[in-house]
Each structure stands twice: as structure tokens, then as C-alpha cells.
Design a protein. Structure first.
Length: 122
């Protein structure tokens, strides 16, 4: 199956499904999803990137509870996972990135929606 991804400059990037590893293809799907979210929110890429970087350097300590607090078992599981990444990470920003990449698609969507819902640059 041939698929297309359009770069920010409008250049089409073509690839075959089996050209990329599952994790690379997952990242490509996530990029497409984020573009859709961006269009729905009528945000420009710079605004979203700035919001995500702001979160990487200023994440609220209760962000897991804010995202998954309604499910106590999942909240506890993800909190323990994050604590493990944080204890082994060379810096806190790496822990957040590792946590994000280890989430399933639904979890990634929940976290991104949370980040984009935060007040801009508190």
C-alpha cells in the first residue's frame, strides 16, 4: 500500500508500508494525527511545538492524575512507569519523552490533548 505524508513545505513524501519499522510507522501515524488535531484547533505548527516544549520544561507534577485520574488502576500503573523512567533518565525531559513513546495510541492522544489544553506558557 502506497501512502503519502506531506511535509510542512508541501513536498510529498512517499513510502511503502513495509519500508519502515512498526515504531517508525507509528511515529508517522502520530505525526498525521497531530496535524489533524492542529487543523481542528486552527493552530499553527509553531504554536503547537512551543506548547509541547513548554510542557517538557514545566510539566505539572500531577499531569498523570490530570490525564488518567478517573481510572485509579491505570493512573497508578502509569505513575509507577513514569517514576521508573524518571529514576533512570539522564534528565527529566528524557523521562517525559520516554513516557510518551511508551504509551499506546489512546494514551498518546490523551496526553497530547492535555498538553494542548493547558494555558499557553503559564
Amino acid at each position: 500500500m502506497l501512502d503519502t505524508l506531506t511535509s510542512p513545505k508541501g513536498i510529498g513524501i512517499y513510502f511503502m508500508d513495509n519500508t519502515y519499522s512498526p515504531s517508525e510507522y507509528s511515529m508517522i501515524r502520530e505525526m498525521k494525527r497531530l496535524r489533524k488535531v492542529c487543523a481542528e484547533l486552527r493552530c499553527d505548527n509553531e504554536e503547537i511545538v512551543s506548547q509541547v516544549f513548554w510542557f517538557l520544561y514545566n510539566w505539572p507534577t500531577d499531569f498523570i492524575e490530570q490525564c488518567w485520574g478517573s481510572n485509579p488502576m491505570l493512573h497508578e500503573h502509569l505513575h509507577d512507569k513514569f517514576r521508573g523512567y524518571y529514576s533512570k533518565a539522564p534528565n527529566p525531559h528524557s523521562a517525559i519523552l520516554q513516557f510518551y513513546w511508551e504509551l499506546d495510541e489512546k494514551g498518546k492522544a490523551i496526553l497530547i490533548d492535555y498538553i494542548l489544553s493547558l494555558p499557553k506558557y503559564k
